[in-house]
Design a binder for this molecule. Structure first.
Ligand code: ADP
Length: 163
């Protein structure tokens, strides 16, 4: 039984995240979505709102892929979270070069702390690659069309936030 951990802020979950989750599901038997509490980042959605949106999106992905998906909020070190949930692999999405520098450092530091946990990078399909939660929020706030970036359910939650 192989368990993977896919960590992030998911503020909110996008079609980019869902693309990575679907791919991750083909590699593991059980996928834990680690939702970083990230008070410092000042998320738009509360932890409970982010978790609820992920659970809705993952219900369909779980049915489609047959992989068990668990949503797990965490506030401690990523490597400790991976141990807590019994994950042997951390899955991360990789967008353009901007993600690389940070991810490169993270892998190095995490490996220094625990060499037994591998990090695997996945790329979304072309149409989902540029999607970032931060930009989706900005576009929603300014009244733009975000239908290509998030599901209708998440779109409705963003509309509620921005009135
Ligand atoms: P964001 O950077 O959009 O706020 P998160 O912090 O929630 O997203 O990111 C969680 C993980 O998902 C990270 O590994 C991030 O690189 C990845 N990710 C987010 N959006 C995409 C995307 N469009 N394509 C590939 N990976 C993505």
């Amino acid at each position: 039984m192989r368990t993977g951990l896919y960590p992030g802020t998911f503020d909110p979950i996008t079609l980019g995240h869902a693309d990575i989750i679907r791919r991750a599901c083909s590699l593991v038997d059980r996928l834990v979505i680690g939702v970083a509490i990230n008070r410092d980042k000042g998320p738009l959605f509360t932890l409970e709102e982010r978790v609820a949106m992920i659970e809705v999106e993952c219900a369909a992905l779980e049915r489609q892929t047959g992989c068990e998906i668990v949503v797990h909020p965490f506030e401690n070190l990523l490597i400790h979270c991976a141990r807590d949930v019994g994950a042997g692999v951390i899955l991360r999405g990789l967008r353009a070069v901007a993600d690389f520098e940070y991810e490169y450092q993270m892998v190095g530091m995490n490996r220094a702390m625990d060499d037994s946990i591998e990090t695997v990078f996945l790329m979304a399909e072309a149409q989902h690659q540029a999607i970032a939660s931060k930009l989706v929020k900005e576009i929603a706030r300014l009244g733009g069309d975000i239908s290509g970036f998030v599901t209708p359910a998440v779109q409705a939650h963003l509309a509620d936030k921005f009135g």
